[in-house]
Design a protein around this ligand. Sequence first.
Ligand code: ITT
Length: 203
Amino acid sequence: MEVLFSTSNKNKVAESNEVGRKYGVSFTQIHLFYPEIRSDSVSEVAKAGAEYVFTQIRKPLIVEDSGLFIKSLNEFPGAYSRFAFERIGINGILKLMDGISDREASFVSAVAYITSAEKIHSFLASDTAPNSDVKIFEGSVEGKITTEAKGEKGFGFDPIFQPKGYVKTFAEDVKTKNAISHRKIAFEKLCQYLKTKPAERTR
Ligand code: ITT
């Protein structure tokens, strides 16, 4: 089964296919622009994105929104992770965390799978959202922000995220990342769901 995945990030596609392979699901990248709504919730951002792209191509697809939530920074950058990564990057986060002993953080992923939408306009206005069929699958992983960047693999904030119970960052140990990550958990849930009614859910 093939599922279209609208994203600019090929790493996300590779990680999702690591999961999909076990289920006979392949995620194919399409890169269609969608405006990221301003929301603290990655689920809401993913849902609005999926609705927007669906109105462009009218085929079932997924959009994933993810972020790094740092407890002592009141969950910043959270759903604004892309913006934070582009503007201040890993070093900016390390600077913000300078001298802070509570380094607890989590990565969260929300995958929005859309199969239909009746109205094609005004998806950004909360009072007139399209009558869409969107399922959301979420995953999260707990860990901490390291005091320095370590590792070359992965992407984004991986070099400064050390999952709970492990001594290496995601960027040092991508095998562990693929086994326990927020994305792995969310896509596992999606694949389990797709397995239940595969005939109706292909494009
Ligand atoms: P899309 O086109 O799918 O939106 P993106 O890379 O912009 O791709 P997001 O909007 O979901 O992705 O932004 C999330 C940011 O959070 C991303 O740019 C990374 O910096 C970071 N992030 C998300 N998942 C991550 C992961 O597994 N490892 C490291 N950083 C991650």
